[in-house]
Ligand binder design. Structure first.
Ligand code: NI
Length: 167
């Protein structure tokens, strides 16, 4: 199997703003995409990567916070509790971090790459990564959480990324 590194779409690319569609069934092509997404994520030293970030509007993301890779298909956040604030970055918006308040703990239901249903509680960093990546599947980005003041400060940088995304 050839695992290729994929091109990461930058802020301004329309793929990042689309609502992604559910995966009907995970087969060879989806598993290949997952492998390539993981390779791409590791290459860029990320801890999460969603399919729209590589131009594919399907509800798939991968993550690894240091305890091994996981693939998440058609995630549903069933419940959330608590709150925490952390500075987040995104491979599609290099050079930008935004302080984001998110639930501390989630209960998530999804399919793994073998079409098994997984129902699991996550807290801390993994919960945050899963919420960040699920946002991507709904076309939502970290800059959407920025304050008006920060949005104003980011304007020039985002314009530059937008120009780069069209190259
Ligand atoms: Ni991101």
């Amino acid at each position: 199997m050839i695992v290729s590194s994929l091109k990461i779409r930058l802020y301004g690319d329309s793929c990042l703003r689309k609502k992604s569609i559910p995966v009907m069934e995970t087969g060879t092509s989806e598993r290949m995409l997952i492998k390539s997404m993981l390779a791409t994520m590791y290459q860029h030293k990320g801890i999460g990567l969603a399919a729209p970030q590589v131009g594919i509007n399907q509800r798939i993301f991968v993550a690894d916070i240091g305890d091994g890779p996981i693939a998440v298909i058609n995630p549903q956040i069933i419940s959330k509790s608590g709150t925490g604030v952390l500075e987040e970055g995104c491979l599609s918006i290099p050079g930008v971090t935004v302080k984001i308040k998110r639930p501390q703990k989630i209960f998530i239901k999804y399919l793994d790459e073998q079409n098994r249903t997984i129902e699991k509680e996550h807290e801390g960093l993994m919960a945050r990564v899963m919420l960040h990546e699920t946002d991507h599947l709904n076309g939502k980005l970290i800059v959407d959480y920025a304050s008006l003041t920060q949005k104003r400060k980011l304007k020039k940088h985002l314009k530059e990324l937008e120009a780069m995304s069209k190259e």
